[in-house]
Ligand binder design. Sequence first.
Ligand code: GLA
Length: 387
Amino acid sequence: MSEAVAGAVAERFEELYGAGPEGVWAAPGRVNLIGEHTDYNDGFVMPFALPHITVAAVSRREDGVLRLHSADIDGGVVELRVDDLAPETDRNWTAYPAGVVWALREAGHPVTGADVHLTSTVPSGAGLSSSAALEVVVALALNDLYELGLKGWQLARLCQRAENVYVGAPTGIMDQTASACCEAGHALFLDTRDLSQKQIPFDLAAEGMRLLVVDTQVKHAHSDGEYGKRRAGCEKGAALLGVDALRDVPYDGLDAALDRLGDEEEVRRLVRHVVTEDERVERVVSLLESGDTRAIGPVLVEGHASLRDDFRISCPELDLVVDTALGAGALGARMTGGGFGGSAIVLAEAADVDTIAKAVQEAFAAADFTAPRVFEAVPAAGARRLS
Ligand code: GLA
């Protein structure tokens, strides 16, 4: 399957640029099982890669020219000069791949140009990290072609820098690390402080369960601003508590920390979410490691309530997925990703999945919401070379 994809993408590259590519790479989107809005607080996350991938055919250039083309976006080949790349000058999709080239060069890596053709099956604006997939596939291709010798986590850091500084979106490190480092059949337990990682086997089918992703199709226009506000609120909380990051507030010291925050009601809610969410990640890891997979369901539901009530980043569509799925017999459900729309995940017995999916579709129709896109997610491979 990946050979056929690589062949088709290479063929299109040749049509565009007049010669075949030096190679073809892929990087996946992700869902996050648990650990939301913890990554920019130096905390824990647990994403896994989706089978949906962004594919890049790439060749080096030595003349300082960067040519970018996407099969998914009208607009033809965009031609840039690597010397001219500068943060926050590009508001288009090209900012992501160009930002990666900029970040690599800023870090002293001798990238002298490239021809790039991209295509993606990662739904965009669905909270499934299409941006990270786009960044990581370009970073991996250039790492291989220019023989930079960077590891997955190092590429993730450079991609995050591209997104934070070049694109101007204040995201954490989860999505890029997930895309770069996940392994098939596993969820990635990641400590975002030092990027230490543990691959946790996550084979639901073997245990008679399945996990659905429900893309609500809601794309919030103000999500970037709201994301930044939550992040600033968390940083304020850490400063008021005298810690480097909220990760340093121990779970058993939460009540005392909340007392110290006095009447800072909004900050108290943000702190409570982050500290309890880190504990939920650790709980999910130990349940999975002890083979008690079904018991993670209620932890996912707790996580959703915390994001809805304390962090306040859910929306009616996400809440409807969770409530309907649980009402139809799901083991657990929660919103996943940044919030304000995007996707939810539903953990269920394999035998109940069709009933649950139908119930969600019907509830959306009854509420007059746009029909959601529902698909099953099986943990897939991280970024890799296809040919
Ligand atoms: C977005 C960001 C991530 C992370 C999540 C919330 O996906 O890109 O860094 O903060 O939101 O967990």
